[in-house]
Design a binder for this molecule. Sequence first.
Ligand code: 5GP
Length: 177
Amino acid sequence: MSEVKYYEPKVYLSEVEIKARVLELADEINELYGEEELTVICTLKGSIIFFTDLIRHLKMPVLCEFLGTSSYGNQTASTGEIKMTMDVTEPLIGRHVLIVEDIVDTGLTLKYLLEHLKVRNPLSIRTAALLFKPEALKAKDLEINYVGFEIPNKFVVGYGLDYAQKFRALPYIGVIE
Ligand code: 5GP
């Protein structure tokens, strides 16, 4: 078999650091909701690993939902306009809802989701993002209730995040140089 060269991104946040922070976030969420049922929404595909790690530390009854978004435009230029490519399967009316995002960059995706899900009359709606790039934020008045790490405006991969669909399975968050 020929040798396959696999580029390894430089570690930015280690597996251990992420694990500890995810536990802290879960503790905060457990404290707020107590035993209330919670619908937790995973935004595909980037949030898959954060979502599955987080929900396993939640103590209340959890309903798992998945949705997909993408932005209009081509690979290099986004128009900033978002579309939903896959919707949740259960009604949100009267439920506590937590949207789980991998990363908030411009914030336009999360803002769009909040606006589109609020009109379904959930009892409450909050947001959790593993990563947040404050320098890139464009969305006005966006509330992120739980932030894992604030990071500089760098392109990161791993722990669910991709570059051209690669690197999602890395257990750490890395930067491509
Ligand atoms: P927004 O700009 O709307 O806040 O972020 C939209 C999406 O862009 C995120 O959910 C994520 O999928 C992607 N994104 C933003 N910054 C990064 C990054 O540094 N690395 C990767 N892999 N994806 C990113």
